[in-house]
Structures are given as C-alpha cells and as structure tokens.
Design a protein around this ligand. Sequence first.
Ligand code: CA
Length: 223
Amino acid sequence: MRVLVVEDEQALREQLDADLKAQGFAVDVAADGEEGLYFGREYAYDVAIVDLGLPKMDGMELISTLRAEERKFPVLVLTARSHWEDKVLGLEAGADDYLTKPFQAEELLARINALVRRAAGYAAPVLRQGELSVDTAKKEVRVSDVLIELTAYEYKVLEYLILNPDRVVSKTELTDHLYEQDFDRDSNVIEVFVGRLRKKLTPINPIRTVRGQGYRLLRETPS
Ligand code: CA
C-alpha cells in the first residue's frame, strides 16, 4: 500500500514517514499543498494523510482539487484546530476521516488501515477469501487458521492483491503501489515474490496468472 503524507511541520512529517514505513507502507512525503497536489496527480495512492494548515495551498483546497479531478483514494485530514467547523469543512471537501493534533501513532495507523480496508469493500479488520485470511493490523496471514510466515514484500504483494480481489493487477501496478517514488524498482522481482507466495500458501492457490496481463486474486463468497 502506498500513502501520501502532506504535512508542513518537519518533525511530524518525518515521524509519520518513519511510523508508516515501519508498518509496511510505501511513503511519499510533501511539505506544502502544491507539492502534495503534484504527487496526488502524478502517482497512484491507496490513501493520503493531509494537514489542513499548509503553505502555498491549504489542505482543504488540495483535497477538493484532487476530488474534482476524480482522485478517489481515501483521505485522512490532520488538523491542529479544535473547531468542529473545520472538521465538517474537511469532510465536505472530500476527506473521509480526520484526526486532531496531537494524536497517538497507534490511532492514526488504525484509522489508515480502516480507510484502506473500507475502500476495498471489507468491513471486518481481518480480510478473508475462502481459506485465506489476512490481518492488516497484525500483518498476519493464515491458511485454514495456520499462520504462514511471509517476508515483508511477500506480505505486501498478497495484501495488495486481497485488497483488489477479482481484478487483474499488472506487475507495473504492484510495483507502483509497493514502492515509494525514489525506490529502485524492478518489476521482475514481483514474479519472484508471487512464486514464493504460491509455495507458502499451498495447498490453496488463490493467485491466478493472467497471461501477459498480471495477477488476479479470486474472490470467494463464504459458504
Ligand atoms: Ca500545518
């Protein structure tokens, strides 16, 4: 999952960057509204965290501009202002949730995970498709209740696929959502991750290859 952080306070920006990376997110950070708009237009995000009080372009204008341009990723607003009107305006501009500063990192991460999960159509915190379950808070994967040990990148591939079930996901799309902007990407490694994942998830085989197009994780309706 790839997240955009738009925050002008350097210490908080660096803290968010570190906390989110520790949770397995690919993170791009912007220090003002214009930079945030550039990133939001240029790259594919799964979620964004936007401070309302920003130089060059405020958070409210940034969000309404992105929404007007059909950028639909969930947005969590950060605000130092305790006035309830600002929260309402943020939500009306197109934000999905808000958090008032100061906040606990745990609460922010829980809200971000919930936004990503709900945008993918899952209500419960543990994502299930048939015998496969993925706990996005604990980063734990189980097949028929047996815990499966995955490396960080194997987990990230599986999490992205289960958050986008029944849709063909290309290697390029996976690369775009798993790595931040400056990362040295190689989409061939995706094949290696998927190969290892399949071995570890045996006997189930939830990830299908769509020749020349990518991968599809099958959606299974609970029986
Ligand atoms: Ca600010």
